[in-house]
Write a protein that binds this ligand. Sequence first.
Ligand SMILES: C[S@@+](CC[C@H](N)C(=O)[O-])C[C@H]1O[C@@H](n2cnc3c(N)ncnc32)[C@H](O)[C@@H]1O
Ligand SMILES: Nc1nc2[nH]cc(C(=O)O)c2c(=O)[nH]1
Ligand code: SF4
Ligand SMILES: [Mg+2]
Length: 223
Amino acid sequence: MAKSGFNVKEAFYTLQGEGARAGRASVFIRFSKCNLWNGKESGRGAAVCQFCDTDIVGTDGQNGGTYNQQALVELALSLWPQLTDDTKSKPYVVFTGGEPALQLTESLVSDFQQAGFECAVESNGTLPLPTNLDWVCISPKGTSEIVVKQCDELKLVYPQVDLSPDAVSGISASYFYLSPMADYGEQNSGMIIRENMQAATQYCLDHPQWRMSLQTHKLLGID
Ligand SMILES: C[S@@+](CC[C@H](N)C(=O)[O-])C[C@H]1O[C@@H](n2cnc3c(N)ncnc32)[C@H](O)[C@@H]1O
Ligand SMILES: Nc1nc2[nH]cc(C(=O)O)c2c(=O)[nH]1
Ligand code: SF4
Ligand SMILES: [Mg+2]
């Protein structure tokens, strides 16, 4: 945690849109900032990751702010539905960003688990992650060096000019997904680009180790 607390761009309740757990109700906590892009349109050209579809700057989003550990757990609990008749649904939190590894600590994950949450992360894999996470999704970017060599799912945005799927298939994962690159930048329409869907489809057909992941939250228009 930074001295003043965790810097959160936004936090909201939605359905996980991507990967093996798509469709699952989740609290998303989006930490501010990334180590592979400064978040400014003017900085895209010089960034290691140039196609980010997300506003990662500041703390001005829905429920955004700077939180101490307890306040962040309480925020997440307040976003989870308070059902008395649904004992089977374990609260689920997805830490994302920006790059969550810049801020996430084992202590924060542990406090979320104590509060009843199963904890997942979406990370670019370039920084060490807490070891007590329940689900790790790694999404490698361009020429960046990956230090997280083992994960639950590897989800590669496709196509990337400087990173082919066979270059990352050495990372140990239970699932390998291609996610067709969606629109980004000033024109960001929230749409998945048709040619990228077609290219990803062909790659999955030719290499059955890889499965398709669509950003279903964009198709549903929910966030
Ligand atoms: C915004 S990132 C934040 C987490 C982390 N920094 C990472 O890159 O994995 C969340 C997810 O969105 C994916 N993503 C970002 N831009 C995308 C785009 N234009 N099209 C499809 N997926 C994208 C990332 O690859 C990652 O899986
Ligand atoms: N609904 C929804 N599912 C997601 N899965 C990964 C996301 C992310 O930006 O990390 C994301 C997101 O932004 N929204
Ligand atoms: S690594 Fe993730 S958060 Fe950072 S710029 Fe790329 S997609 Fe966005
Ligand atoms: Mg997203």
